[in-house]
Design a protein around this ligand. Structure first.
Ligand SMILES: Cc1cc2nc3c(=O)[nH]c(=O)nc-3n(C[C@H](O)[C@H](O)[C@H](O)COP(=O)(O)OP(=O)(O)OC[C@H]3O[C@@H](n4cnc5c(N)ncnc54)[C@H](O)[C@@H]3O)c2cc1C
Length: 413
């Protein structure tokens, strides 16, 4: 790696302490991975890479999961596996800013795709660490950060998505544990997860939000059945998870009985934090490709196409500035509003990019002819739909902003 490239990465550090940390991170990464080459924005060069969702299955999925775990283990062994984690459990005890700094630096290196372990590290691990017992942290959270375990999030149900507090899966006390019955849906990564963080109802008589509890469920417990769901993008990375008479020890209850809603909202804040990390590169490349597409279709002088492209360019700049503003804020100052705006900007831009591609391509947008840069935009558009829903739908985020930031009258509930 060149000294100039190092300097760019070290410039991301704000304080002297962060600079020393960044130097160690660059040294560690340089010893284990190549620097990422610039992503090609030239038409027809390299893989098309327009699908927003990376969907694999079977052996390839298992290989990718093994690579992600191995890299997490390498990070752990070098002291970069759990930067914000408590020192007594093997974490580095650093502020959240170091975690963001590390992610920005690591993004410049060719490391395995961490998608298979993302939910464990970004959502489940932080929730267990914040709300779990010392024993749960030692067993489950450390297992996730050391790369030994992979987790999934068993929250959504057929009638409880946006209205998550409506979950109906029941947990009934039985001896020294609980018995779980119900159905979860849209569970990502459940086919290879070792454990699931499950939001369930323990008190059907209590008001909706107070009758919930959170459990860690070992995914190989008898009665846990994972059924893949075919998506409109073609892959099957989602699943339905059926829980039938699943026995879970009381020691796996995270927090107090009835505290499930608090644990869930804590976990979801982690999920929203993870959105948009490397989106800038993705959207800039798309914008460059769309310009070439307009040229190839003879639309570069078309005032309507130019107008759409220029509007997109401006929106992407605004989204980038918002992201830079967020990256400069300490984590403690980042409220739900910033994250909601960040996510809304990203998902609306993904949608608009897909719409412009559809407009420029015409019928080629819907016909898979194998031509570079045509049907791939269709996969982009279908993936954009998923981003608009996951981690809080656009409508729900807008309502949240209307009520909590703009102080508009509350929606009837
Ligand atoms: C890519 C992806 C990954 C996911 N991974 C997981 C996972 O790993 N684990 C998990 O538990 N879940 C996961 N989900 C599920 C996700 O959390 C839910 O899809 C999401 O919360 C929305 O719930 P729903 O699908 O039931 O839609 P609904 O809540 O039924 O909403 C349907 C439509 O109605 C609108 N709507 C609902 N209520 C209101 C309201 N009050 N005001 C205005 N509009 C409203 C919504 O905005 C939406 O457009 C994932 C989803 C996606 C797309």
């Amino acid at each position: 790696m060149s000294a100039g490239a190092d300097t760019d990465l070290l410039a991301l550090a704000g304080t002297a302490e962060e600079l020393a940390f960044a130097r160690r991170a660059v040294e560690f990464l340089g010893a284990h991975a190549d620097r990422r080459s610039d992503v090609s924005t030239s038409w027809g060069v390299g893989p098309e890479n327009l699908a927003l969702f990376h969907e694999t299955s079977g052996e390839q999925e298992q290989r990718e999961c093994a690579a992600a775990r191995a890299w997490q283990r390498t990070r752990w062994d070098a002291g970069f596996g759990w930067l914000t984690g408590p020192v007594e459990h093997g974490g580095a005890g650093l502020p959240a800013g170091h975690d963001r700094l590390y992610r920005l630096i690591e993004a410049a290196f060719e490391v395995p795709d961490m998608n298979p372990v993302r939910i464990g590290l970004g959502t489940v691990g932080p929730a267990i660490t914040a709300f779990g017992s010392q024993e749960q942290i030692a067993r489950f959270a450390v297992g996730l950060y050391r790369g030994d375990l992979v987790a999934c999030q068993l929250f959504s149900e057929p009638d409880a998505g946006s209205d998550l507090a409506g979950v109906r899966t029941r947990a009934v006390p039985d001896g020294d544990g609980y018995v779980l019955d119900g159905q979860k849906v849209w569970t990502s990564n459940a086919t290879f997860a070792d454990l699931g963080l499950a939001l369930v109802r323990t008190d059907p008589e209590a008001p909706k939000h107070r009758g919930l509890s959170m459990f860690v469920v070992a995914m190989d417990t008898p009665g846990v059945e994972v059924r893949p769901l075919r998506q409109l993008t073609g892959g099957a990375s989602f699943t339905e998870v059926w829980l039938t008479d699943v026995r879970v020890p009381a020691a796996n209850l995270v927090g107090e009985p009835g505290a499930g809603w608090r644990v869930a909202t804590g976990a979801l804040a982690g999920e929203r934090r993870a959105v948009g990390d490397r989106s800038h590169e993705l959207t800039s490349r798309a914008l460059a490709l769309l310009r070439t597409l307009a040229e190839r279709e003879g639309r570069l002088d078309d005032p309507l196409a130019r107008d759409d492209w220029a509007r997109l360019y401006s929106r992407l700049r605004v989204a980038r500035f918002q992201q830079q503003r967020m990256q400069a804020l300490p984590d403690s100052a980042l409220g739900g509003a910033e994250r909601a705006v960040d996510k809304l900007l990203l998902t609306t831009n993904l949608q608009l990019i897909g719409e412009l591609a559809a407009e420029l391509l015409g019928p080629a947008f819907v016909a898979d002819t194998g031509a570079w840069g045509s049907f791939g935009w269709n996969r982009w558009m279908m993936g954009a739909l998923g981003y608009r829903i996951a981690g809080g739908t656009e409508e729900i985020l807008k309502t949240m902003l209307a009520e909590r930031v703009l102080a508009l009258p509350r929606e009837p509930r």
